[in-house]
Design a protein. Structure first.
Length: 153
């Protein structure tokens, strides 16, 4: 299993995945970070049969809502993930077309309030990031799976 947390630190709630990564590291769980761009995700998928991705999203749900996705539409017009020109859904679509999609993948996203440059992460997203980090740590530890990091970007 590989855990990849996506985000941009200077774009408000788009940094949610990075907060989750910090918490996971504090809990002793190996994690990689990424910008969330499609090419980064393709690299992250290489050599793993199980991938868990964390990112921010804007779907219209209340801020701080944790979403769990086991599959996503490949249509480019439906991209709930924030801050990425060619992001998570594009990366999954490309991996599927190239036959490189891991056998198992799961995406957790935290509903964002803002991704404006220079904004801070909202309190709701911080609380959700803490909750999600503990949830992911529990999944990893319960399954007894080895976590394989990739180089951070």
């Amino acid at each position: 299993m590989r855990v990849v947390c996506c985000g941009t630190p200077y774009r408000g709630d788009d940094g949610a995945g990075l907060v989750v990564a910090e918490r996971l590291l504090q809990l002793g769980i190996a994690v990689s970070t990424s910008t969330g761009e499609a090419t980064d995700l393709l690299e992250a998928m290489s050599g793993t049969q199980e991938l868990l991705v964390v990112d921010a999203a804007i779907t219209g749900a209340p801020v701080g809502t944790i979403h769990e996705w086991h599959d996503l539409p490949t249509e480019s017009r439906h991209n709930p993930f924030t801050g990425h020109a060619l992001g998570v859904t594009t990366g999954i679509a490309l991996a599927r077309l190239m036959g490189k999609l891991p056998q198992r993948f799961r995406i957790f996203s935290i509903e964002a309030k803002t991704s404006e440059v220079g904004s801070q992460i909202s309190d709701e997203v911080r609380r959700a990031a803490d909750e999600l980090a503990h949830r992911i740590a529990g999944l990893v530890l319960q399954a007894g799976r080895k976590i394989s990091p990739i180089s951070n970007h």
